[in-house]
Design a protein around this ligand. Structure first.
Ligand SMILES: C[S@@+](CC[C@H](N)C(=O)[O-])C[C@H]1O[C@@H](n2cnc3c(N)ncnc32)[C@H](O)[C@@H]1O
Length: 221
């Protein structure tokens, strides 16, 4: 096992996190046991940050003890790996608009103890105004106003030196325009509010997606 980021390992071309809930094999194709430790394989075909890491991402701000606002947490597939990485001293506030997904997320959050499911629209931060300031806003809502949602939430909840991470889905923003044109426009908009540290296309794991890691220095109010 080679440690590639805090809380993330690589072994024979596959990536892993340490399983925070021993014996639990949900959302992973495989668990590897080394001594007393269980490593969960993180499938790049089912989780965009895993795809970004496989494709050579250099900046990965999800770290042990991080406080994260996760917009579009769905049933918690990706969040379960974030939960392994942040550990019990971290927390993931997971905003999701679909009641069905929140129902699926609830038992996972209960087992893990560091995921807080929030049934709300990420367009209305007033609905979760009670959360604390976070180190990372992670956004994967796949809507046409993805960048605006990110900017709005980061202004309100991101610590001054925090990170904003977004998976831009070109087809959700404009089905007609070429993905590269969509990315250019979205990056220009995001670049007015954040410093872009790293960006990586997720093909072939996720078609027409750009994964972008940004820093909050200069978030305008
Ligand atoms: C691509 S899926 C997320 C997958 C998830 N991030 C993962 O990797 O496990 C997008 C999610 O965003 C949710 N969503 C769409 N619009 C939303 C909004 N305005 N506020 C919160 N969630 C939203 C959808 O219901 C869906 O569950």
């Amino acid at each position: 096992m080679k440690n590639i980021f805090p809380g993330v390992w690589r072994n024979e071309g596959y990536i892993f996190t340490k399983n925070a809930v021993k014996g639990e094999s949900i959302f992973t194709p495989r668990i590897l046991k080394k001594g007393n430790t269980e490593y969960r394989e993180w499938d790049p075909n089912r989780s965009k940050p895993a795809a970004a890491i496989m494709k050579g991402l250099k900046e990965f701000p999800i770290k042990p003890r991080a406080k994260i606002l996760y917009l579009g947490i769905a049933n918690g597939t990706t969040a379960s790996f974030f939960s392994d990485i942040t550990g019990p001293e971290g927390v993931i506030y997971g905003v999701e608009i679909s009641e069905r997904s929140i129902k699926d997320l609830n038992p996972i959050a209960e087992k893990r103890g560091n995921i807080v499911p929030i049934l709300a629209s990420a367009r209305n931060p007033d609905e979760y105004s009670w959360i604390e300031k976070v180190d990372v806003v992670y956004q994967d809502v796949a809507t046409s106003d993805q960048s605006d949602i990110m900017i709005k939430n980061a202004k309100r909840f991101l610590k001054p030196n925090g990170f904003a991470v977004i998976a831009i889905k070109a087809r959700s923003i404009d089905v007609v325009k070429k993905p590269n044109e969509v990315y250019k426009k979205e990056l220009a908009k995001l670049g007015e509010h954040f410093r872009i540290l790293d960006k990586i296309k997720l093909d072939p794991y996720e078609k027409d997606h750009l994964f972008v890691v940004m820093k909050a220095t200069g978030v305008k109010t």
